[in-house]
Ligand binder design. Sequence first.
Ligand SMILES: CC(C)(COP(=O)(O)OP(=O)(O)OC[C@H]1O[C@@H](n2cnc3c(N)ncnc32)[C@H](O)[C@@H]1OP(=O)(O)O)[C@@H](O)C(=O)NCCC(=O)NCCS
Length: 188
Amino acid sequence: MELAHGRVRLKPLASLGRDDWRRVHAHFRDPEIAHLNGTPPNRLPLWLLRRMLQADARRRDRATYGVYDEVDAFIGTAELYDVTPVDATLGIIIGERTHWNRGYGPEAIEALLRHAFEALGLEQVGLHTYADNPRAQRAFRKVGFREVQRVTHRGGRTDVRMILVRAVWLARRASRDAPLPAPVAAGR
Ligand SMILES: CC(C)(COP(=O)(O)OP(=O)(O)OC[C@H]1O[C@@H](n2cnc3c(N)ncnc32)[C@H](O)[C@@H]1OP(=O)(O)O)[C@@H](O)C(=O)NCCC(=O)NCCS
């Protein structure tokens, strides 16, 4: 099932085309993106990476999507993983640098959150990011996540855990959808 929010559409990983998979491969090999994601740059050939990600995406505790912009260009991947009846963990890679800092990440996250809280009925969505990734923290805060824990590992990198609970997401959505107050007439 496709998800959508704003300019962005999320399509199940199984529906990615050949060119989309080339972009996934490039994103996973990119040293900067790998660092932001806390993994070593991927060295697998495209066919094997694709097979592994497709197998992961078939797990019952995952919902993995390709992210597409308003002209249907593939720009990254987003997923819920470790999905239980009550919570899940969110991961996102907008791999196209041309699309960083332009609001595509938060729109893709909003689409995933609606799926998590409405379709799956979860109580909480959490995530892990790094203190040295202020762009990600800013994007996650914009959609309502709040920091709940910071742990500095022996290697020196600090892990930031953020969560968003259903009640907060619903309240934010209600205030966003509320009609604007009527303008006060001048001179009264
Ligand atoms: C993290 C990511 C999902 C954010 O999505 P995005 O579409 O780029 O997010 P936004 O458009 O909201 O931009 C991020 C915000 O951070 C701000 N920002 C960018 N670089 C920043 C920096 N170095 N310090 C502080 N703020 C920064 C931007 O100005 C913007 O805020 P604003 O809208 O208030 O101006 C996306 O950039 C991405 O996938 N990056 C590569 C992989 C990655 O980091 N994944 C997350 C791993 S946990």
